[in-house]
Design a protein around this ligand. Structure first.
Ligand code: DGY
Length: 323
């Protein structure tokens, strides 16, 4: 029997690419360029499986291509707001993602941002590299203490709970959260976490607000002018979720007007574009969507895609089937 034909939209971890090439009739994206709408449509027309990443916009337009041959989209990433699931289903495609394997890695990065912005690490490094450091003094670059403060989580899924564990056990932080679909009691056992009835209740109490909700229509601009007004003036916003959860221009105004103290961002509303207003501010730490970017995690994510598409081609239900 001939091997299923697979098209991979970006370069992946080399060991995963080797597995894909060995087990499938695989076409890699040798020069790692982002695929255009027509390239994605051609991929859907010519392969049995297309393996996109979170940077490929698999919209209704893409999925509306005629003569689609593909039967599965094995997406490399946990978030799936880049895929129009209804349109995929209508086009007869199964869609899978890669939950769990990137939980710890992303939680580590949320803590990296939280600590970096509170302790002015980005600003301090720029200061030193620019040759501006004149030596230790009691008033130099005073930041904000993290230990013992209140962490407010918007969304309490796996990644939020992993952040809560680090914050509660490593930094003795008090954890509060809001999630319209609250976790089971056993999932938050030992975190000393209290549920809030609304995001506003979180904003009012938190020293740090960290976002862990999915992107998409439901959460679009959830954090905007009103949210910033509801936050404490000394609060910090951390976003490792999706850029469009935050109204970036409202964030810039809130930072400029001192409505909040700072922000640590790994995702952006129009990424890879970053608002010019953010680039000018010292009280933000900006990273290029690195949440899951460790060698170990990227390999695990890729292998989870392999597992999903192998199950599919063996006639089984892939463990991470979304539709
Ligand atoms: C995901 O998997 O959704 C992340 O954003 C990629 O790191």
């Amino acid at each position: 029997m001939s091997k299923p034909k697979i098209i991979v939209t970006r370069r992946w971890h080399p060991e995963v690419e080797a597995v894909l090439v060995e087990r499938f009739d695989t076409r890699l994206n040798e020069d790692d360029h982002p695929m255009s709408v027509s390239e994605l449509q051609d991929a859907l027309r010519s392969a049995d499986a297309v393996l996109p990443t979170v940077c490929d916009k698999v919209t209704a337009e893409v999925l509306g291509a005629d003569n689609i041959r593909a039967k599965i989209l094995g997406s490399n990433g946990v978030g799936f707001n880049h895929i129009d699931l209804e349109a995929a289903k209508a086009a007869g495609l199964t869609v899978t993602n890669t939950p769990e394997v990137l939980t710890d890695c992303t939680a580590d990065l949320a803590m990296t941002l939280l600590l970096a912005v509170a302790r002015r690490a980005g600003e301090g490094e720029r200061h030193l590299r620019n040759g501006e450091w004149t030596g230790w003094r009691p008033t130099h670059m005073m930041g904000t203490s993290v230990t013992g403060k209140t962490l407010g989580l918007i969304g309490m899924g796996r990644i939020a709970r992993a952040v809560a564990a680090r914050a509660a056990h490593g930094f003795n932080m008090k954890i509060i959260f809001h999630d319209p679909f609250p976790p089971r009691a056993e999932d938050i056992e030992g975190l000393n976490a209290s549920s809030c009835a609304s995001p506003e209740e979180v904003f009012a109490q938190a020293d740090f607000v960290s976002l862990h909700c999915p992107g998409g229509k439901e959460t679009y601009h959830l954090i905007g002018t009103e949210a910033f007004k509801a936050m404490q003036p000394g609060a910090f916003l951390i976003n490792t979720a999706r850029g469009d959860v935050v109204d970036e221009s409202a964030l810039i105004s809130a930072l400029e007007n001192g409505e909040i103290a700072g922000a640590g961002l790994d995702v952006f509303e129009k990424e890879p574009a970053v608002s010019a207003g953010l680039l000018k501010l010292e009280n933000v730490v900006l990273l290029p969507h690195l949440g899951s970017a460790t060698r170990e995690t990227r390999k695990a994510m890729g292998m989870r895609v392999v597992e999903n598409i192998e199950a599919f081609f063996n006639g089984d239900i892939p463990r991470d089937k979304l539709v």
